[in-house]
Every structure is written in structure tokens, then in C-alpha cells.
Design a protein around this ligand. Structure first.
Ligand SMILES: *[C@@H]1O[C@H](CO)[C@@H](O)[C@H](O)[C@H]1NC(C)=O
Ligand SMILES: *[C@@H]1O[C@H](CO)[C@@H](O)[C@H](O)[C@H]1NC(C)=O
Ligand SMILES: *[C@@H]1O[C@H](CO)[C@@H](O)[C@H](O)[C@H]1NC(C)=O
Ligand SMILES: *[C@@H]1O[C@H](CO)[C@@H](O)[C@H](O)[C@H]1NC(C)=O
Length: 394
């Protein structure tokens, strides 16, 4: 019973904070995530073929500089690419080099919750995994950016599920391959069967997770808003009731980070991260872990025959991925392990560069939040320059 008093205090505070700060709309949060660091911002709405309305955040570049689309991973959002600030976040490092920076937000996260016909309260709204993100969200973003900037080819940077979505798109809709000048995938989550992260135990309890979602009629995981458990954690940390160490050793441990995060920035990260996802995204990753394969969603034998004509879901046809791919991966990543990315590299026909990070301490989330991530970002942005130079020579 001793534990219940802090919970009540947190609850009361959250209701209070939610009432005081409810004026901030998702669009306000996105604009502020960029302008607070002194950069200009534009928000663009993009509608997918299946009706999801997504928000792209643009930091306009120098005239003539190529667009770079940067896409976040599971439970993340565009805000995570800005939170470390100038000289530290990839968005601002690329913007300082003149690039036209576009940050994506996939369906279902805090900033892309609208739909032309459905409400995010509807069960139908949440019927998607990374498959639909790759098949519909990413092509819609790419088409919009190319048209709005009159660019023939764009650069792409994707972390984790941002890499997964790219591989889904490029294998299932191969016409998109030629729309990319370079593709940089950071720990792309395709093969993940060597994963040892504690999150795997959770994601692979497929039947229980699905039953839980159906019983509670709650298909969103890690979503935000007044009263959500993630907003409670944020308010608890902000008010000092929940100590930083508790967050680092529990929540942070779960997503695979060590203590290489800037503690000053942690409070700001918790304000918007996690940003919500569908339970089916997690289930699809769990299925691929168990199947030791990078394959389409498993609807069960009967559903699979109806949909795919086979009892077992087909693998994504990676031989179709002809865009030039650069892979970044780490020996310390316990969610997307090095050996799994090496297996992916063997199956992709056009890997132009592999960068293996040899640091045991460099884990999955460090691509976003490690205090020294800016070194990796500079390397990535420098290789965009090289690709662009090659284009200009042709
Ligand atoms: C790009 O999008 C903005 C915002 O919707 C619009 O004002 C502008 O005209 C567009 N430019 C082109 C070339 O489509
Ligand atoms: C941590 O973040 C604060 C606030 O943005 C910044 O002033 C400080 O330089 C950062 N520390 C490191 C080691 O990057
Ligand atoms: C992509 O892969 C599928 C499955 O292997 C194949 O049927 C299709 O022809 C490929 N598309 C292209 C454009 O190569
Ligand atoms: C860029 O190109 C130069 C000259 O070809 C080369 O020395 C350098 O290593 C390249 N940098 C990257 C990041 O690929």
C-alpha cells in the first residue's frame, strides 16, 4: 500500500498539468521543436492512398540543394531528430550544410493521427503494421517531396522501422528505387532473430497481446494525451517525483539504452517520446523474430491463403531493392543485432557501403540520443555530399 500514495500524487499533478498546458496542439509542438533551436520551419500535410493524413516537417534548404527525407522508428516521431539541438541533431547538421530537410511522421503517431474517413478512436484506424507504412506512407511522402521541390531524386535516412518501411516500399513497389540518390539505413529492422532485447519477450507474446488489445479495445501502444500512462511518467519526471535513474534503469533499459544519454535532454525527450503506434506493428516484428524471416504479416493459415495464396506469408522480395543502400549497424545493438544486418546485406543487390560500429555500448536507441551521435550524423551528411557530387558529374 505504501506505493499508492505517489501514484495518487502523480495522478493529481497530471490532471493539473494537462489542464494548464492543453493549449499546445500537435502542430504547435512540431513547429516549436524546430524554431526553439533557431531554424525556420514549414509543416506539410500529405494524404496516403488509403486515407491517412501525415504531417511532414520541413526545414527549408539552400536553393538547388537536394531534399533529404529522414524517417523515425517504432514509437518515435520527427521530434526525436531535433531534441538534441544545434550541432547535435541530424536535422540541424544537415540544414547547416544547406540540405532541404524533411522529417516524416508515420500513421498513428501523435502528429499523424488524422484520416479522411476514420477516427483514431476506431478499431479500423489501427489495422496496420510497418507493411502499410512502407506501402502507402513512404511513397506518399516521397511523391509529395519530389513534386513540391521539383526534385528528381531525394536522399533518405531511416532509423530502425524507418529502414523496414523503406525495404517494404522498395521491394513491393520497385518503381520507387530510382527516386533515391542515396539511402542510409541505421539499424534497419528486417531480420531480427538474434535480438536479445527484453522488448522481444513482450513482442513475441503474440496471442496474449492480440487478446489484450481486443479485450481492452485499445489497439494503440505508447500513445499520448492527458491521462495516458506515458504522460504520467513525463509529469512525474518533470515534477521530480519519478527520478531520472528510475527511468534510465527501467523504461530506457527496455528500449536498449545504457547511460550514454544527455540527462538534461531526457526530460524533453519524455515530453513527446514514445509517440504511439499500433499493436500490429509490434506483432509484425514479433512474428518476424519467431519466423527468423523478413516476411509479410501472418494472418493465420486461412487468412494467409485468402490474402497471399500460401499458408505461410511470403518473404519481402529484397532482390527488387536496387536503390544504392548504405547500412549502419552496431555490435552492441540488442534489438537489431549486427549479424542480422549482415544477413540483410547479403540479400540486398546494391549495398554500396557498410559501416559497422564496433562499440559494445552503442545500442539501438543511441542512433537518436547518444551524446556522441552527432559524429555519426556528420559522417552520414558527408556521404550525402559525395552522392550529390557524383550526380552532378553525370
Ligand atoms: C509546396 O507546398 C506549399 C505548401 O502547401 C505550397 O504553398 C507550395 O506552392 C508548394 N510548391 C510547389 C512547387 O508545389
Ligand atoms: C546536454 O544538453 C544541454 C542542454 O541542451 C547542453 O547544454 C549540454 O552541452 C549537453 N551536454 C553534452 C555533453 O552534450
Ligand atoms: C519484385 O519481386 C517479385 C517477387 O519476386 C517479382 O514477382 C517481381 O517481378 C519483382 N518486380 C520487379 C520490378 O522486379
Ligand atoms: C567522399 O569522397 C572523397 C573523395 O572521393 C573521399 O576521400 C571520402 O572518403 C568520401 N567520404 C565519404 C564519407 O564517403
Amino acid at each position: 500500500m505504501a506505493g499508492s500514495a505517489p501514484v495518487i500524487v502523480i495522478l493529481t499533478l497530471t490532471i493539473f498539468i494537462a489542464q494548464v498546458s492543453c493549449a499546445k496542439t500537435p502542430a504547435d509542438i512540431l513547429r516549436h521543436s524546430v524554431t526553439r533551436h533557431g531554424y525556420p520551419v514549414e509543416l506539410h500535410k500529405v494524404t496516403t492512398q488509403d486515407g491517412y493524413i501525415l504531417t511532414l516537417v520541413r526545414i527549408p534548404g539552400k536553393p538547388g540543394k537536394a531534399p533529404v527525407l529522414i524517417l523515425h522508428g517504432l514509437l518515435s516521431s520527427s521530434v526525436d531528430w531535433t531534441v538534441q539541438g544545434q550541432d547535435k541533431s541530424i536535422s540541424f547538421i544537415a540544414a547547416d550544410e544547406g540540405y532541404d530537410v524533411w522529417l516524416g511522421n508515420v500513421r498513428g503517431n501523435t502528429f499523424s493521427k488524422e484520416h479522411t474517413a476514420l477516427s483514431s478512436k476506431d478499431r479500423e484506424y489501427w489495422q496496420f503494421s510497418f507493411h502499410e507504412i512502407g506501402l502507402y506512407d513512404l511513397p506518399a511522402m516521397v511523391d509529395y517531396i519530389r513534386s513540391n521541390t521539383s526534385s528528381d531524386a531525394i536522399h533518405y535516412v531511416g532509423h530502425s522501422q524507418g529502414g523496414t518501411a523503406f525495404l517494404v516500399m522498395a521491394s513491393m513497389r520497385p518503381a520507387y528505387n530510382r527516386k533515391f540518390a542515396s539511402v542510409q539505413l541505421l539499424a534497419p529492422a528486417a531480420y531480427i532473430h538474434h535480438a536479445t532485447s527484453p522488448a522481444v519477450d513482450f513482442a513475441t507474446r503474440i496471442d496474449e497481446l492480440e487478446m489484450f488489445a481486443k479485450l481492452t479495445r485499445s489497439y494503440e501502444l505508447g500513445g499520448r494525451g492527458p491521462g495516458s500512462s506515458m504522460d504520467l511518467v513525463y509529469a512525474g519526471h518533470k515534477t521530480g517525483l519519478v527520478p531520472t535513474d528510475l527511468i534510465l534503469t527501467n523504461i530506457w533499459y527496455f528500449v536498449g539504452a545504457h547511460d550514454s544519454i544527455n540527462r538534461t535532454v531526457l526530460g524533453e525527450i519524455l515530453a513527446n517520446t514514445p509517440a504511439g503506434c499500433s499493436v500490429y506493428q509490434l506483432l509484425h516484428f514479433g512474428q518476424n523474430y519467431l519466423a527468423k524471416s523478413f516476411q509479410m504479416y501472418d494472418y493465420g493459415a486461412i487468412g494467409n491463403v485468402q490474402r497471399y495464396g500460401t499458408k505461410i506469408p511470403p518473404e519481402y522480395p529484397l532482390h527488387n531493392v536496387t536503390a544504392p543502400i548504405m547500412l549502419y549497424y552496431s555490435v552492441g545493438d540488442n534489438f537489431v543485432p549486427a549479424e542480422d544486418v549482415e544477413e540483410l546485406a547479403d540479400r540486398l543487390p546494391n549495398v554500396v557501403h557498410k559501416h559497422r560500429i564496433g562499440l559494445r555500448k552503442w545500442n539501438h536507441i543511441d542512433y537518436l540520443f547518444d551524446v556522441s551521435a552527432h559524429r555519426l550524423y556528420r559522417m552520414i551528411v558527408a556521404s550525402l555530399t559525395n552522392q550529390t557530387a557524383e550526380e552532378n558529374e553525370q
